[in-house]
Unconditional design. Structure first.
Lengths: 292, 419, 356
C-alpha cells in the first residue's frame, strides 16, 4: 500500500465520487422525472416519456399543473391529514415498540419467548389479507370520548392510527438493535439500583438514536402511503389522506401533469422528515459508536 | 368546493329555520371532477330549496375507490340513503340488499334511452342522468387515403370490410398499429368495450335466461370460439397493440398519428376533435349477428338500509329534469338520456358534433349481462381477453373462463334472489 | 449474557403488553377470523347465509392430480399424429369434466406435462393459476432476498464513508423508497414499454444492435422486469437498516484495525461483518417477508399477466377476496401463505442457527 501520494489520493477521491454519482443517477431519476413532468403540459409530458427528454426541464414549462391540482382537490387538507395521522402513529409506535423490545431483551418473564415468536409470526401476514376481518373488528369496537360511549370507529382519525401503532417489524428492529447494546452498562445500572423504567429512559433510549431514526422513517413511509385501509374506513372528505386523494387525479381522462404535480407536493413531507432524521442520525453517530 | 357548498347550504337552513327537513346523505363517485361536482351540488341545493321535507348532503368519492368504499361501508353497516352505482354492478348490489327498488313511476322515464334505466328482476332499481357510448374513431382523410367506404348505422362494416380496413392501414406503413383498442386500460373497459364484439359474433358472456345461469355454450360455444380466434388474430397479425401497451400511447397515440383507428368512448372524444378537424365517429361493425356497443353508465339508487326511500326517490326524480340532463352532458360530454334534453345540448343537438353518439346509443346499445354475477364474470372475461391477446390457446382459455364463471354461479346458489 | 437479565414477570409483561395487546387485537384477531372464514363459504357481497364447508376451500385451491395418457391410435393401431408429426392425445377435458371413471380429476386442468414412457404424463391442478402464483412468488423471493440484501449492504458501505457531501448521496439513494410504490410502478410502465426509455437507451448504447423486447408484454421477461424494478425500488429501505447496524460498530475497532495494517477486505471480514450479525438476520427476515407480500407492482404493472407469468400469492388473494368477492378463498390463501412462510423461516432459522 503506497503511503501518502497526493496525486494518488486525489485520484482515489475522484473515483469515489464518480462511483457515488453514478449510483446516484440510477436512483434519482423517478424524482427528477416527477418534478420535471409536473411542469409540463400533458401532451408534451407523454411524448417525452420515450426519451431522455423525460428528465430534462425543456419545452413549455409552467406551474399550471400545480394550480390545477389545488383546484381539483383539497390538497392541503389531504397532506395535513396524512402528516397528522402519520406523525401521531410514528411517535406512539416508537414508544410502544421500544418498550416491548426492552422487555424482550433485558427482562426475563414467563411467556417471553412465546410472545416474541407470536409477534414475529405476525410479520408474515400481509395487510391486504386481513383488511376485511379487521374492518369487521373496528366497526364494532367501543370508544369513550366526548360523546360518551360509542360503538364503531369508522370515519375517525383513531381508526387510521390505533391499529398501526404496534407492529412486528418495529418491535423486531428494536429487539435486534438492543441485543447489540453493551450489557455491562445495564448491569452496572442495575447494581446501582436503577429501576427498569430508569434504565429504559436514561441508558437505553439515549443509545438508540440510529434505530429510533430508522424505525421512524420506515414507519413513516408505511403510514404515509396507506391507501386500502383509509379507503375502507373513512368516508368524509375532510379526513382523507394523500394516497386516497391521489385517486382524484385518476379520472377517465388522466391528467398526468396534475398527477405529477400532486405527487411532487405530497413527497415534500416525506423528504423533509427523512432529511430531519438524517441529521439526528449523524448527531447520534458523532457521539461515537456504542459498542465496546 | 364541496365543503363550501355544504356549509353554505347549512347556513341557509339555519337562516330559514327549515329544521323540519329530514336529513338524507348521498354518496357520489365524482370526486376530483370539478365540473361534475358543480352540477351535482347545484342540483342538490336546488332540490333542498324546492321543498321542505328533505335535505340532501353529499359525500363524493374518487371513482377508482368508490365501489370498494361502498362495499366496505355495507359490511360495516354504514351505507348512506342515496348512492350512485355503475349500471352493470347494480344487480349485484340489489341482490345483496345494498339497494332497494326505486319508488319512481316508470312512466316518468318512458322516453329515456334504454341504457340509463336500471332494471333487475322486473323492478326499477336505478336511473341514470346520462349514458356513454363507444365508437370507431378515425379521420375522414384516413378513410379516403385507404380507399374505405364510410360505414353507417344502417350499413355498418362487415367482418371482411373491417379486416380489410385493418389490413389497408397496416399495409400503408404509416401507422405503428392499425387500431388502438385501449388494451392498457385493464378494468371495466374490457367488458364494456369488447363484449360488443362477442355479441356481434353471436356469443355472450353469461346466458342469464338459463336456469341456473351459465356461461357454458355462450362464451365457449362456436360463436365464442370464432370471436376468440378473431381476437387473437388482431394481435398476432400486428393490427393492435396488446395488453402491455404503453399508457402514454393510449392517451395520445391517435392524436399523434400512431394509430389509424381508435375504438374509444365518447368521454375521450373532445381531445380528438381538438387534434383534427376531420374526425369521424363510425358505428360498431357487424360481424354477422348485429352491431352493438355497451350501454348503461352511472345511475342513482336508494340504499337498502335507508328509512326514507321516498325521500331518495324524490331527489332522483328532481334530478331527472331535462335542464340537469343537458347540463351534465354539456359539462362532461356524456349522452343525455332523452331527445328533449339532447336538443338542449351543444354536442348532441341535431347537427351537433357528437350527435352521432346519440344515435349510436339509441340504436346499438346493449346492456352487459344483467345478473348479480356480473362483477365476477366481468373480471374473468378481462383475464381471458388478456390471455388470448397474449397468445394463450383460445379454446382452453374460454373453457376455463366458463368453469370459473359457472363455479361462481354455483357458489352463489345460482344468484337466485334471497327470500 | 444471561446475567444482565433480571427475572421480573410484572415489569416484563407491563412493558410488553401495550405492544402485544395492540398486535393481538389488530393483527392476530383478524387473522384468526380469516382462519375461521377459510372453512366457510363467506362472500364479500351476498345475501346468502354463511355455511361451513370444511376443507373444500383448501381442496379447490391446492388439489393436485396426475394423469397418464397414451397417444390416440387409429383402427389399425397406428399412433395418430398432427401435421408436425407429434402424436395426438385425447382432449384432457374429456377426463376432467363429468367423467364418472375419473371422479378425482373433476374440475382440474393441466398445470404442466412431460413425456414419460410411450405416453404423456399430465400434472393436473384444481387451480392452475394459483400454482403458477406460488412458483412465481418463490422465484421472486429466491432472487430478491439475497440480491437485494447484498446490494443494500454495498450501498450502506458506500455511504458510510466520511466524505464531503455524503449526505446528498444518502438522500438520493433513498429516493425510490420515498416515492410511493404505486407511482414508481406507473413510471416503470413507461420505461419498460416496447418503444419506451429502456429500449431506446439500450439501442442507443449498442448503436442500434440491440432490439429490446416488450419487457412487460413477454412472458419470458415480465417477471424479471418486475424483479429488477422491485430491487431498485426497495434497496434503499434495507440500506437504511444496514446503516443503523454499521453505526453500532465502534470507531475504535476500526482504528485498532488500521494500526494493525488490516486490508480493506480484512477490516470488513473481521470487524464489520461480525458486528452486523443481528442486523443481517433482521434484514434477511424482513426482505423475505416483504418479498412474499409482493402485490402493488403487479397490480399496477401487469395484473398477473402476460399468461400468468407474474401471478403472485398475495395478488391472487386480493383478486379473489375483493375483485371476485370470494372472501373465504382470499382468507384461505392468506392462511396458506402464513403456513408456507412460517415453515420457510423455521427452516431458515434452523439452517442459520448458531453452531456452538
Amino acid at each position: 500500500m503506497a503511503a501518502i501520494d497526493p496525486s494518488n489520493r486525489g485520484l482515489r477521491l475522484f473515483a469515489r465520487y464518480a462511483v457515488l454519482t453514478l449510483v446516484a443517477v440510477i436512483f434519482a431519476f423517478p424524482l427528477v422525472f416527477m418534478l420535471v413532468s409536473s411542469l409540463k403540459p400533458d401532451d408534451q409530458l407523454l411524448r417525452d416519456t420515450a426519451s431522455l427528454r423525460a428528465f430534462l426541464p425543456v419545452g413549455d414549462l409552467s406551474l399550471r399543473n400545480y394550480y390545477a391540482a389545488f383546484d381539483r382537490a383539497p390538497v392541503g387538507t389531504f397532506i395535513l391529514n396524512s402528516v397528522f395521522v402519520t406523525g401521531v402513529t410514528v411517535a406512539l409506535s416508537l414508544f410502544v415498540c421500544s418498550l416491548a423490545g426492552f422487555a424482550f431483551v433485558f427482562l426475563r418473564w414467563t411467556g417471553r419467548d412465546l410472545v416474541l415468536s407470536v409477534i414475529l409470526a405476525t410479520l408474515i401476514v400481509p395487510f391486504e389479507t386481513i383488511a376485511i376481518p379487521l374492518l369487521l373488528v373496528v366497526s364494532k369496537l367501543p370508544w369513550i370520548g366526548a360523546e360518551g360511549l360509542t360503538l364503531g370507529w369508522l370515519n375517525t382519525y383513531r381508526v387510521q392510527i390505533v391499529p398501526f401503532i404496534a407492529d412486528g417489524l418495529t418491535i423486531f428492529l428494536f429487539v435486534q438493535y438492543f441485543k447489540d447494546l453493551p450489557g455491562d452498562l445495564i448491569e452496572a445500572a442495575r447494581v446501582e439500583g436503577a429501576s427498569n423504567w430508569q434504565i429504559y429512559r436514561r441508558i437505553v433510549m439515549p443509545l438508540s438514536g440510529p434505530i429510533l431514526a430508522t424505525a421512524a422513517i420506515l414507519k413513516f413511509l408505511v403510514m404515509y402511503n396507506q391507501y386500502l385501509w383509509p379507503l375502507m374506513v373513512v368516508q368524509e372528505e375532510g379526513r382523507r389522506p394523500v394516497m386516497v386523494g391521489l385517486q382524484y387525479f385518476f379520472q377517465l381522462n388522466r391528467a398526468w401533469g396534475e398527477i405529477m404535480a400532486y405527487l411532487s407536493l405530497i413527497t415534500v413531507p416525506v423528504l423533509a422528515f427523512y432529511l430531519y432524521l438524517q441529521r439526528a442520525f449523524i448527531a447520534s453517530i458523532a457521539s461515537t459508536g456504542v459498542k465496546g | 368546493m364541496t365543503r363550501l357548498t355544504t356549509a353554505t347550504a347549512l347556513a341557509l337552513i339555519w337562516a330559514s329555520g327549515a329544521l323540519a327537513q329530514t336529513e338524507l346523505t348521498m354518496w357520489y363517485h365524482g370526486a376530483g371532477n370539478q365540473v361534475e361536482s358543480e352540477i351535482i351540488n347545484q342540483i342538490i341545493s336546488d332540490f333542498n330549496a324546492s321543498q321542505s321535507d328533505w335535505h340532501v348532503t353529499i359525500e363524493s368519492f374518487p371513482q377508482a375507490a368508490y365501489n370498494d368504499a361502498v362495499v366496505a361501508a355495507a359490511l360495516a353497516g354504514d351505507l348512506p340513503d342515496i348512492l350512485d352505482v355503475d349500471g352493470p354492478i347494480m344487480p349485484n348490489w340489489a341482490w345483496a340488499g345494498y339497494l332497494q327498488p326505486l319508488p319512481i313511476d316508470p312512466a316518468k322515464i318512458e322516453s329515456f334511452l334504454p341504457g340509463p334505466k336500471g332494471t333487475w328482476n322486473d323492478q326499477l332499481y336505478s336511473v341514470g342522468l346520462w349514458d356513454a357510448a363507444v365508437a370507431l374513431v378515425t379521420r375522414q382523410s384516413t378513410l379516403d387515403e385507404l380507399g374505405l367506404r364510410t360505414p353507417t348505422l344502417e350499413e355498418p362494416w362487415t367482418l371482411e370490410e373491417f379486416m380489410g380496413a385493418m389490413e389497408a392501414a397496416k399495409a400503408s406503413g404509416k401507422y405503428d398499429y392499425a387500431i388502438d383498442l385501449g388494451m392498457s386500460d385493464q378494468g371495466e373497459w374490457y367488458p364494456y368495450a369488447f363484449l360488443p364484439f362477442l355479441w356481434s359474433f353471436g356469443g355472450d358472456l353469461v346466458d342469464v335466461q338459463a336456469d341456473p345461469q351459465t356461461a357454458e355454450g355462450v362464451l365457449n360455444g362456436d360463436a365464442g370460439l370464432k370471436f376468440g380466434e378473431w381476437w387473437q388474430g388482431m394481435f398476432a397479425n400486428g393490427y393492435a397493440p396488446g395488453p402491455s401497451q404503453d399508457p402514454a400511447d393510449h392517451a395520445s397515440g391517435f392524436q399523434e398519428g400512431k394509430y389509424a383507428f381508435s375504438w374509444n368512448g365518447n368521454w375521450l372524444a373532445l381531445p380528438f376533435l381538438e387534434a383534427y378537424d376531420d374526425v369521424v365517429f363510425l358505428p360498431a361493425p357487424d360481424f354477422g349477428n348485429g352491431n352493438y356497443i355497451g350501454g348503461a353508465s352511472w345511475q342513482f339508487a336508494v340504499s337498502g338500509t335507508t328509512e326514507h326511500p321516498e325521500g331518495g326517490a324524490a331527489f332522483i326524480e328532481f334530478a331527472l329534469q331535462d335542464k340537469y340532463l343537458a347540463q351534465f352532458s354539456d359539462g362532461i360530454g356524456l349522452i343525455p338520456p332523452t331527445t328533449t334534453a339532447a336538443a338542449m345540448t351543444q354536442n348532441y343537438k341535431e347537427s351537433g358534433p357528437m350527435a352521432v353518439f346519440y344515435d349510436l346509443s339509441a340504436d346499438q346499445a346493449r346492456l352487459r349481462p344483467v345478473t348479480p354475477g356480473y362483477p365476477v364474470a366481468s373480471k374473468v372475461f378481462l383475464k381471458a381477453m388478456m390471455d388470448i391477446a397474449n397468445g394463450a390457446d383460445v379454446a382452453d382459455t374460454l373453457d376455463s373462463a366458463v368453469d370459473e364463471i359457472d363455479a361462481d354461479i354455483q357458489a352463489n346458489n345460482g344468484y337466485a334472489q334471497a327470500q | 449474557m444471561a446475567s444482565r437479565l433480571s427475572f421480573s414477570n410484572r415489569a416484563g409483561w407491563l412493558m410488553a403488553l401495550p405492544g402485544f395487546g395492540l398486535i393481538a387485537l389488530f393483527v392476530i384477531l383478524p387473522f384468526v377470523l380469516a382462519f375461521v372464514l377459510s372453512f366457510t363459504n363467506q362472500r364479500l357481497v351476498s345475501p346468502n347465509p354463511t355455511e361451513w364447508v370444511g376443507l373444500s376451500n383448501y381442496q379447490s385451491l391446492l388439489g393436485l392430480g396426475v394423469l397418464h395418457l397414451e397417444p390416440e391410435r387409429d383402427e389399425a393401431g397406428q399412433v395418430v399424429t398432427d401435421e408436425n408429426g407429434a402424436p395426438e392425445y385425447p382432449r384432457l377435458r374429456s377426463y376432467t369434466r363429468n367423467n364418472p371413471d375419473y371422479p378425482h380429476l373433476q374440475g382440474k386442468s393441466e398445470w404442466f406435462s412431460f413425456d414419460w414412457g410411450n405416453g404423456r404424463t399430465y400434472v393436473l391442478a384444481s387451480d392452475v393459476v394459483f400454482m403458477k402464483a406460488i412458483v412465481n412468488t418463490l422465484i421472486f423471493v429466491a432472487v430478491v432476498a439475497p440480491v437485494q440484501a447484498g446490494l443494500a449492504l454495498v450501498l450502506a458501505l458506500l455511504i458510510n464513508q466520511r466524505l464531503r457531501g455524503i449526505n446528498i448521496f444518502r438522500t438520493v439513494y433513498f429516493m425510490p423508497v420515498v416515492v410511493s410504490i404505486v407511482v414508481v410502478s406507473l413510471l416503470w410502465r413507461f420505461i419498460y414499454a416496447e418503444d419506451g426509455l429502456l429500449n431506446n437507451l439500450l439501442s442507443g448504447l449498442t448503436f442500434g444492435a440491440f432490439d429490446g423486447p416488450d419487457w412487460l408484454g413477454n412472458p419470458r421477461t415480465a417477471l424479471g422486469a418486475i424483479i429488477g424494478m422491485s430491487i431498485w425500488q426497495a434497496v434503499g429501505f434495507h440500506m437504511v437498516i444496514w446503516l443503523s447496524g454499521l453505526q453500532t460498530i465502534s470507531p475504535t475497532l476500526y482504528e485498532a484495525g488500521a494500526i494493525e495494517g488490516a486490508s480493506r477486505w480484512q477490516t470488513f471480514r473481521y470487524i464489520t461483518w461480525p458486528g452486523l450479525r443481528n442486523t443481517a438476520v433482521l434484514i434477511l427476515i424482513v426482505i423475505t417477508m416483504q418479498a412474499f407480500a409482493l402485490f402493488a407492482q403487479i397490480d399496477v404493472m401487469t395484473k398477473g399477466g402476460p399468461l400468468d407469468s407474474t401471478q403472485t400469492i398475495v395478488f391472487q388473494a386480493v383478486q379473489r377476496g375483493y375483485g371476485k368477492q370470494d372472501i373465504s378463498s382470499g382468507a384461505t390463501i392468506s392462511v396458506f401463505l402464513f403456513v408456507l412462510v412460517l415453515s420457510i423461516s423455521l427452516l431458515q432459522r434452523w439452517l442459520t442457527r448458531e453452531r456452538r
